[in-house]
Write a protein that binds this ligand. Sequence first.
Ligand code: FBP
Length: 544
Amino acid sequence: MVISKLQAARAAYQPKLPKALQGPVVAVEGKATESVGNQKEIKEEFPNTYGMPIITFESGEQPKLEPFNVGIILSGGQAPGGHNVISGLFDGVKSLNPANKLYGFILGPGGLVDHKYMEITPELMDQYRNTGGFDIIGSGRTKLELEDQFEKGIQILRELGIKALVIIGGDDSNTNACVLAEYYAAKKYGVQVIGCPKTIDGDLKNEQIETSFGFDTACKTYSELIGNIQRDCNSARKYWHFIKLMGRSASHIALECALQCQPNICLISEEVEAKGMSLDDVVTYIAEVVAARAAEGNNFGTVLIPEGLIEFIPAIKKLIAQLNDILATPEAQNLGRSEQIDFVKSHLSKENREVFNSLPTSVARQLALDRDPHGNVQVSLIETEKLLSTMVGAKLDQWKKEDKYVGKFGTQHHFFGYEGRCAAPSNYDADYCYSLGYNASRLIANGKTGYMSIIKNTTKPAAEWIAGGVPITMMMNMEKRNGKMKPVIRKALVELDGAPFKYFASKREEWAKQTAYVYPGPIQYWGPSEVCDQPTKTLQLEKA
Ligand code: FBP
């Protein structure tokens, strides 16, 4: 493998660990836990893994263990730092006994079911330390939920002498990790399952999980690009840039990038929903800012759009809920794509059919057809940035006819998502991910299953970080998926009474009028700590 000079220098970086993980540990148990919602139903679904205590690791005497092997799976969308979770786990497992082995299942959960795996050797591991991407073993979106898959899994786990499986994923993958942990515990198969909180979307967080890994690097990467665009925009002063940002449901990425770059407009899906805004309301809001800037002679600007926006517009949300129910029926599933559209249309309520028919054909088709394996609308395929700029253009034309001054409206479109998911991890993600992986080895050594690896206090220097585990059932409630009520980890959306949104809301009028752009520049690995080691603004505001 040919590597760049930066990659070679970065390979030598030794990620930091919390003090407690720098030597042998003991697990200190807290009180019994409850799920965040639907306690009775979740307890019934998870009789063996419900109610376990939160774990904190402290320095202590680690009991001697026989050699054991561990398996690892990368699940879902790529997020910077995945290789560091693996290197942390690798080093942690080897520190317990150099004879321990780590096996990676290839291309996600499907690798476990299909018995596709590879041993992660020291030589292989060294090629991937502190690099972005998930390419060491690959990732996939196969949903692990059927008994047959669990049984196929146990065959290979036994064959390889694997005592514990670590699943690196978002809310859906960690929900499935918990279902698997419960199944193996109920069957007394003796295999532990540990989760790790990953997703650039930043929506796997709660009182125990400060942030999902990858959010930090992805937002810094997008902010660098947005900053560059803003500088171009402020140099030429002739375009409005419509920039869609990844984040399937929650608007955390858009909000963090707004906090970093101070654009003229940033839409927050959660606010659009809370205010019951229609698509026309959103368009009017943007058009008003465009017209107000034009009146000051500023025919340029930037608009950040979270990719999940469409799903949060109340009328469209209702439509999607009914579409999901219709698509989940056996009749719908046996149809071809064009027949499916007709079937769906004919089964919609009058109100939903009207909304459906009012959407541009490409958006309507997208909403009606494509779902990922977890039943989510594939919002990354919907061109919301073009939809909005076209509608804003039409609104401005209409105002012009009514003699309102709207200036000139030239547009450029961007979608930042895949550009950031495999970026080389920032120092924050490099350290956080390595610690999450290393910590997972300690959860395994302490016989835990159905836990997620957690590292807290991360706005402080790494030595002061707190390591431990949280029972996955604690984060669950019941939600409708594919037409049925299911236990799932509760997604963390942007809180409108939370500090990051409140700060943004207090500044946005000023940012809309003035050109107050900030140009954050590229991620730095070496240099002053305030440049290299800062966590996201979201986390800093949440912890302030
Ligand atoms: P995860 O939740 O699996 O981490 O993935 C999140 C994400 O990057 C979203 O931001 C985006 O909508 C989606 O994945 C894109 O999916 P795909 O990689 O299948 O195109």
